[in-house]
Design a protein around this ligand. Structure first.
Ligand code: RBF
Length: 342
């Protein structure tokens, strides 16, 4: 009698087929797993503007690139959004719709709202936004710098210099701020911080504020600076991207001073750049992207960093600062920096 498990030719055929099926299944599973393992983590850096001339964007790209270079499994594509801000949302929507990037990294205070609008249409897309703030959207992580603190550091030195007997300082207590455009961080944090810092140094300092209207027009930057200088301003803080170059030229021609923002600018115009406040956007972007690759970035949260953790610094040890700015002023500025840390 042949039992159900005896070796009938039919039965061994069925066993062979089942075994082959199992093997095929296993092989498919293994190759899928391998494919997943070798799937790179794909990062798009969307620069809302032009990289060249804007240190905040140069550092964004450098930080993301470094994170990808150190992770075999990550690749970066940089997309320059250009100066037409009306096109940014559409460009980011196209990126998200392509589903080709695990993460879109970008930077400036206008980007959280744009990313939120895109996120409503493409909820799977993840974003890391530097120099911006938005809490509670599970697809978006943001990190901002304490811009008021940074502006106060610049303002304090501007107040000391305009009241000093340095060769380029006149008798009036007037300083200036030239911005690329007017935006809430500028009007609510940077301008008030710059003014408060200056008035901490000297209560009667006044601040002139002008807007270029874009982030690239050096000729307009120069024109605004010349008008300010003619009006008695002897220290200018330009925050205008590529237009900063025009401010530098105007101040150098007039023998007055410029303070640099976001990066070390002393060597850009020796004898003119009298102070530099820097942000570590390269470091912050690197750390953010590494966390995203490793799956530990807290999407949905908004972080603010500043002097205390070293993401904002006033560069005091540069030779050119030591040469140009008298010891007495440097000492006062140093004491102010220390007081801000407390
Ligand atoms: N800063 C730049 O240096 N270059 C830029 O092209 C630039 N574009 C900006 C566009 C928008 C819409 C906004 C709101 C800000 C922009 N900023 C730019 C300012 C930047 O976010 C930051 O406040 C300054 O760089 C000072 O850290």
């Amino acid at each position: 009698m042949k039992g159900p498990f005896s070796g009938s030719p039919n039965h061994s055929k069925i066993t062979m087929i089942s075994l082959s099926l199992v093997m095929i299944l296993i092989m498919t599973f293994v190759s899928c797993a391998k494919e997943q393992e070798s799937q790179p983590y794909r990062i798009a850096v969307f620069v809302p503007g032009i990289v060249s001339g804007s240190p905040i964007y140069e550092m964004l790209v450098a930080g993301a690139q470094q994170a990808a270079d150190e992770h075999e499994q990550a690749v970066v594509q940089v997309i320059e959004g250009g100066s037409n801000q009306g096109l940014w949302e559409e460009s980011i929507s196209t990126l998200a719709a392509s589903q080709e990037h695990d993460l879109i990294v970008t930077s400036n205070p206008a980007m959280p709202a744009i990313a939120a609008a895109v996120s409503a249409k493409f909820p799977e897309q993840r974003f890391a936004i530097m120099d911006g703030a938005l809490e509670g959207n599970e697809a978006i992580y943001t990190l901002r710098y304490d811009q008021q603190q940074q502006a106060m550091l610049a303002g304090h030195l501007a107040g000391l210099i305009t009241a000093s007997s340095m060769s380029g300082a006149n008798d009036q207590l007037k300083i200036g701020l030239i911005a690329g455009q007017e935006y809430p961080d500028m009007t609510d944090l940077i301008l008030p911080g710059f003014t408060a810092g200056a008035q901490t140094a000297h209560a009667s300092v006044t601040v002139e504020f002008r807007v270029v209207g874009n982030w690239y027009d050096a000729a307009k930057g120069s024109e605004l600076a010349r008008a300010m200088i003619a009006d008695g301003v002897d220290v200018i803080l330009p925050i205008a991207g590529g237009a900063n170059q025009g401010v530098l030229t105007a101040a150098a021609d007039a023998g007055t001073y410029v303070l640099w923002y976001d990066t070390n600018g002393y060597a850009l115009q020796k004898g003119t750049v009298a102070g530099s406040t820097a942000i570590r956007q390269d470091k912050a972007t690197y750390e953010t992207v590494v966390k995203a690759i490793e799956g530990t970035l807290p999407f949905g949260s908004a972080e603010t960093v500043g002097l205390e953790r070293g993401y904002i610094t006033f560069i005091e040890d540069d030779e050119l600062y030591l040469e140009l700015v008298p010891q007495e002023i440097r000492d006062q500025q140093h004491a102010f920096i220390e007081s801000m840390m407390q």
